[in-house]
Design a protein around this ligand. Structure first.
Ligand code: CAA
Length: 257
């Protein structure tokens, strides 16, 4: 199911979707984003896949939306094109997505990373929202997701100055989960994906949904949502199996239902 710009491979219960437009540091043009979203949605429906890794190459995860494609557009063209609306579909993917990032994750690249659920970075990874240097501002979630991830003052710093931060700094600010040497970032992401793929999938799905709910609801609404999902899991075979296995001191065998 690989396409022009996205290479998809599957193994051990997870899939890797690799952004492949290396000549332009994986700049995210509209065709690439259409393929990426299609690939993620296809993997979301694939029963062999329980976790997805999204990655680029060692030099770039993605250096942003394709500037050449946007440079001459009018406001009306941008509005009617509404190219970033497609990006919202990443947020609707039910399976966990781990971003494995090396090199540049800038502008739209950083915004795609933030639309993922967890982030493993190589020591060379660089994160930033440099759109201000182009006379614009983040347009695919940067002002909202970055602010929620790193807090107001750091988000203001990055968005208003365009300053790019290192992987270590991103780790310190809670933007990413882990930094590892460049030789290991994909292997580390694979090991996280394999671990998540070994968990009961329905519980994983509802847990992801519940954590994401925290971003767009009140505490009361979120707690209610969480509680209902918790109760709902008692309708799953995996809840019976997981608790029986604990009581019988054995390893559970998940059915995924
Ligand atoms: N769009 C289109 N092409 C891009 C690109 C982008 N975002 N980023 C890099 N490229 C292209 C360059 O034009 C260049 O192509 P050519 O060889 O044909 O000239 C190629 O990729 C290599 O880039 P550089 O020669 O610039 O490589 P470098 O190592 O000297 O610099 C860089 C790397 C600092 C990342 C630099 O390329 C850069 O600043 N890129 C733009 C980053 C940026 O501003 N991103 C935000 C885009 S707008 C956006 O994303 C809006 C949004 O909110 C969604």
């Amino acid at each position: 199911m690989s396409s022009t710009y996205i290479i998809v491979t599957k193994q051990d219960g997870y899939a890797i979707a690799q952004i492949n437009r290396p000549d332009v540091l994986n700049a995210l043009n509209m065709a690439l984003m259409a393929e990426l979203v299609d690939a993620l949605e296809t993997l979301d429906k694939d029963n062999d896949v329980r976790c997805i890794i999204l990655t680029g190459n060692e030099k770039a995860f993605a250096a942003g939306a394709d500037i050449k494609e946007m440079a001459d557009a009018s406001a009306m063209e941008m509005l009617l094109r509404d190219q970033f609306a497609r990006w919202d579909r990443i947020r609707k993917i039910k399976k966990p997505i781990i971003a494995a990032v090396s090199g540049f994750a800038l502008g739209g690249g950083c915004e795609v990373v933030m639309a993922c659920d967890m982030v493993i970075a190589s020591e060379t990874a660089r994160f930033g929202q440099p759109e201000i240097n182009l006379g614009v501002m983040p347009g695919a979630g940067g002002t909202q997701r970055l602010t929620r991830a790193v807090g107001k003052v750091k988000a203001m710093e990055m968005v208003l100055t365009g300053r790019v931060i290192s992987a270590e700094e991103a780790l310190r600010y809670g933007l990413i989960n882990k930094v590892v040497p460049i030789e290991c970032y994909l292997e580390e992401a694979k090991s996280w994906a394999k671990e998540i793929a070994s968990k009961p999938p329905v519980a994983v799905r509802l847990a992801k949904e519940s954590v994401l709910k925290a971003f767009d609801t009140t505490m009361e609404g979120g707690l209610e949502f969480e509680r209902k999902n918790f109760y709902l899991l008692f309708a799953s075979d995996d809840q019976k199996e997981g608790m029986s296995a604990f009581n019988e001191k054995r390893t559970p065998g998940w059915k995924g239902k």
